[in-house]
Design a protein around this ligand. Structure first.
Ligand SMILES: *Cc1c(COP(=O)(O)O)cnc(C)c1O
Length: 428
């Protein structure tokens, strides 16, 4: 496995100034540092950032500021944060069609939510069945954070190849399950090709064996909820599906709130209890924590609460409709572009595509040309492909992007340039 190319090889020789800078100076410096950053506010970034307009951003930032230094580690000291967390979780539970028994927490993001789903499954397997060599059965399309969770918590990851439509192959997953399986996974949608796994069939595998089934709706939880309300047919994926035991939904994606906010919901408190951690085996007294972090800023929680209340159902319907229509416009344009081919018709707002003939067109080189022109898209594989996370910010820029994409394809073909894949995340 190649090690991801890291940063720009920049080595800082910085030491702290003896006398503090003025706030004017230091903010000016931060702004200078940001000059080369991807321009998400301008609708030029199809990954990593989501934007619903200056007013929504202002609400998130002001709410973040008001509770950023309060600490969610202990909500006895900050009842405001207990209340905010409960209200956010309740709203998300409603979106997921959760029953009255459902219980969840706010986490720092999709990765923490998935880590906790893995940890809770391991713990349940150990306590209820004495499993000491646990494994997780999941499609190759499931997010890398599951792999991280298996690695951190000592589970075997059993990756099962997806079918030709990129959806989980339920028969092959069933064949991979054994007595030590504690968790099966489906995604709604999975990140790489943007399709929804057959959740009812995956959940049935779990309920037949009384094991956990996690639905990763980090990307799709908000969008699919509101697409259904807009009258689109959406494949079943939430707690209305029998056998689903937990779901993750990221608010810092299509919830359009500040970074650091995801929800993990369990079907009941007994299952949720397996994700929490309590100890008194040190000199500092009883320590309980709901997730991976200890100290946690109230900022992301306040921002999530505020943005959700600012937008309301009406706001999410509008933003979801805009993102979906724009994603379909991009999908149609890709299909109509000579040399490019969609990997799948998008089930939500993720659009992934490849070169018809990778020998004559390197799509990663296309991404490099786009970046030179100020557009950011994800490079991924296998197979070598480009990935666009379309959000409401792209409604007004999609025509210009399609034009830039087509020009980049023509340019790369004429020079037969080769690009590199880069990495989904960096390590320095
Ligand atoms: C983004 C994403 C994650 C991980 O979430 P982070 O917030 O980046 O930690 C997990 N699963 C899916 C499907 C995602 O799109």
């Amino acid at each position: 496995m190649p090690v991801p190319k890291c940063g720009f090889g920049y080595v800082s020789d910085m030491t702290l100034p003896e006398h503090g800078l003025s706030s004017d100076d230091l903010f000016a410096r931060i702004d200078r540092y940001k000059v080369g950053d991807a321009r998400w506010r301008e609708g030029r970034v199809f990954s990593l950032a989501y934007y619903a307009g200056a007013d929504v951003l202002a609400v998130a930032e002001e709410a973040y500021r008001r509770l950023g230094t309060e600490n969610g580690l202990n909500t006895d000291a900050f009842p405001s944060l207990r209340r905010i967390q409960q209200e956010v979780v309740d709203v998300v539970a409603g979106w997921m069609n959760a029953g009255p028994e459902a219980a969840g927490f706010l986490t720092s993001g999709g990765t923490e939510s998935l880590l906790l789903a893995v940890k809770a499954s391991r713990e349940r397997g150990r306590k209820e069945r004495g499993i000491t060599q646990p494994n997780v059965v999941l499609p190759t399309s499931a997010h890398a954070a599951f792999e991280k969770g298996c690695y951190y918590f000592g589970l075997e990851s059993r990756r099962v190849p997806v079918g030709p439509d990129w959806r989980a192959d339920v028969g092959a997953m069933e064949a991979a399950i054994d007595d030590n399986t504690v968790l099966v996974v489906g995604s709604a949608p999975q990140y790489p090709q943007g399709v929804i796994d057959p959740i009812p069939e995956i959940a049935a595998l779990a309920s037949a064996r009384d094991i956990n089934c996690h639905v990763d709706a980090c990307m799709g939880g908000v969008t699919l909820t509101y697409l259904r309300r807009l009258g689109e047919h959406v494949a079943p994926w939430d707690f209305s599906v029998p056998g689903v035991t937990s779901i993750s939904v990221d608010l810092h994606k299509y919830g359009y709130t500040a970074k650091g906010a995801s929800v993990i919901l369990h079907s009941d408190k007994r299952r949720r209890a397996y994700q929490t951690y309590v100890t008194d085996n040190w000199l500092g007294g009883l320590y309980g924590s709901s997730g991976v972090l200890g100290t946690k800023s109230g900022g992301p929680w306040a921002a999530a609460w505020a943005v959700m209340h600012y937008l309301g159902d009406e706001g999410y319907l509008r933003l979801t409709g805009a993102a979906r229509a724009t994603a379909l416009q991009l999908a149609d344009a890709v299909e109509a572009t000579p040399g490019l081919r969609l990997l799948a018709r998008p089930d939500s707002t993720l659009v992934a595509f490849v070169a018809d003939d990778p020998a004559t067109l390197d799509v990663h080189a296309v991404a490099e040309v786009l970046w030179r022109e100020g557009w950011y898209v994800d490079r991924q594989g296998p197979p070598a492909s480009l990935h666009c996370t379309v959000n409401a910010a792209h409604e007004t820029t999609i025509d210009a992007f399609i034009e830039a994409l087509r020009a980049a394809v023509v340019e790369v073909r004429s020079t037969t340039a080769r690009g590199t894949q880069g990495a989904y995340g960096t390590v320095d």
